[in-house]
Design a protein around this ligand. Sequence first.
Ligand code: AHR
Length: 623
Amino acid sequence: LNLTVSSSGGNTSSTLQYGLLFEDIYHSGDGGLYGEMIRNRAFQGSSVDGVVSLDRTTDFWTEVGGVTLSVDTETTPLSSSLPAQLRMEVPEDTTTAVGFYNDGFWGFDVDASQRYIASMYVYGNYTGDVTCYFYSTTSDTILGSTTISLDQTESDGWVQTYSPTFYPTTTASNANNTFYFVFEDGAQLAGESLYFNVLSVFKQTYNNRANGLRTDMAEAVAALGTKYIRLPGGNNMEGLYAPYYWKWNETLGSLTERPGRPGTWGDYNTDGFGLIEMMLMADDMGLEVILGVWAGLYLDGTVVAEADLQPYVDSVMDELEFLLGDSSTTYGAQREALGYGAFTINYIEIGNEDYLNGGTTSYDDYRFTAFYDAIHATYPDISLISTINPSPVTTDGSPVDLHLYGDADYFVTLFNAFDQASRSYPVFVNEYAATNTGSNSASQIGAQTLSMACAEAVFLLGCERNSDVVVGSAYGALIKNYNEAPDTVAVIKQTASEVLYSMSFYVQQLFAANMGSSTLPVTATDGELAPVYWSATTNTSHTILKLVNYDGETGADSAVSVTLEGSSADTATLISFSAPEADSINNLAALGGETSSVTTTALQGEAGVFTVEFSSAYEILIL
Ligand code: AHR
C-alpha cells in the first residue's frame, strides 16, 4: 500500500475534537471523581441489590463498643434538605470507648504522603475527644489518626467540628481499610444518645479545592487532553421517575442544603459534586462545557405536558443567569455570594436521548422548541444541541448529538459514515463505545479489548476526516467504579486506591494529542482501504498521519509506503499503540495490570518518503 499525503487541500477541523461525557454512573461521581471518602455520610438514600431506594439506612456504618446505630428522623434535623441523622444510643452500663466506623466506597486509600481531614456535625451532649483513624483490615493496625475535639451540649444545636489535617503514619498496601470515629469517654455517654450528620473524610484534593476532586482521578481525566466536557449527563440527568431529574439549584452551596437524589445508575447521589464543582473541574482542566439541561422526559417515559413545561424552562434560564449573570442579577448575585465569578457557556444540550421511551413526539412537537426559544432569545450566541436527529430547529445550523453503541465490527463500518453527511448540519457524537453486549448495563460482558479499541480508533479516523461537520466526539461512559462494574466499558475505572486506564483511554489520549487544525487529502495506490485505515491532518508546522490496522497483516507483508508531498524530511516520530492479543484488556495491577503499550521511536526516511510496518494485527500507528 502506498499513501501520498497532500500538503494542502483539506477541510478545517473542529477545534473541539475530542471531548468527555461526565455523569455519575456506577460511582464515577460519589466514590469516583468526588473527593468524599465516607459512604452514606448524610443518610440521604440507599441502594438495594443495585436498585436505588429512597429508604434511609445505616448501610456502610458499623457500631463500636456495643452502641446501637439507627437512622433518626425525630430529633431536630440538621436542615430541611437533610432531615435524617445517625443516632448512636449508648448502653447505660458503658465504661469504655464507643463509636462507629465506615466502609468507604469499597475501602479507603491511605497514603502517608497525603494530607487528610475529617469532620462531622454532632447534636447532643459531649465534651471530649473523638479519635478518628484509618484501620487496615489486612494488617489489623491503625494506619494514621487525628482527633476531633467536641465541647457541646444539646442547647448548642448542631455543631460542625473539623479535625486538624493529618498525614497517616503508614501507607496501606491495599484499599481494605475502614475509618473510625471513636468517643474515648464512653462512660460520659452511658444511657445517652448522640446524633450525627455529614460525617466526612477528604484526602487533599485536585488543585487543593475545598469539597474538591480525588487527585489521581482528576489527573487521569486531565491527562486525556480533551477539549470539552458535557455535564451533568447522560441518563443520570434525566432521572428514573418524577420528580427526580437533576436539579441544578439543589446541588449548590453548603452540603447541608443538598438533599441528593436517586441516581439513574443504581445508587443515591449525594450531589456533593454539584454544578459549581463540575464547572470548576472544567475550568481547572481548560475544558469547554456543554451544559446538559433537562428537557421534560423521565426515563420511565413520563413527559411533562406542554401546558406544564414553563417552570422547567424558567429553571434553565435561572441556571444560566446563575452561571453567566453579573452581581446585578438575582442568580448571578447568588453565585457571587458563594464566592465564584461568572463561568462561560457556549454550548447547551437540550435533554439527553429524548427519543427514549416514547419521548420523540413531544420533543419534536414542543419540548425542544420551548427550551430553544427561551434560551436563544436571551443568549443568541449559545449553540443549542438537539438529542434527536434531525434537530427540531434546523434554521440556524444547530447541531445534533448522535449516540453510537455497537460491536467492534459496527464501529469499523462507521469509518465512512460522515463522508456524505450534509455540511449544513453539524454533529456531535457525545457518546460512543464499542461494546460486547448492551451498552452500559451492569450485566454487559467484557471490558474493552485491543480489537474494540482499534475499532473505536477506525471510527475516530472517520470523525477526524470529517471534523468540519463532526464537531466533537466523547466516549460513553467516562468513569465507572471497578468494584461495581468491572465487566463493562469505560475510559477509566477506579478502586479506592487505583486508577485503571482502559484501552480506550489510550486511543483517546493519542488522538487528542495528535490532532491537526485541518485535514489533508490522502491518495492510496497499490492497495486499498481495509484492513488498514488512515487519516491525515496538519497543524501547519507538521503533518500527522494516523494508521489503524484492524485484523491486518504484520511485518513486511503489512508495509505501507508513505509519501509526504512537498516534504524533504528524513526523520519522523512514530508512535505505536498495541497489546499482545486482539482480546487483551487492561486490568487492575493485581489482575495482570496494563497489557497495552505506547511506544515512540524515531523513523528514518528519505526526502519525505517513509515506510512503516505493523507489528500487530491490531495496532495504531501515528507518524
Ligand atoms: O454511558 C453513558 C450512558 O449511556 C448515558 O447515560 C446515556 O445517555 C447512554 O445511553
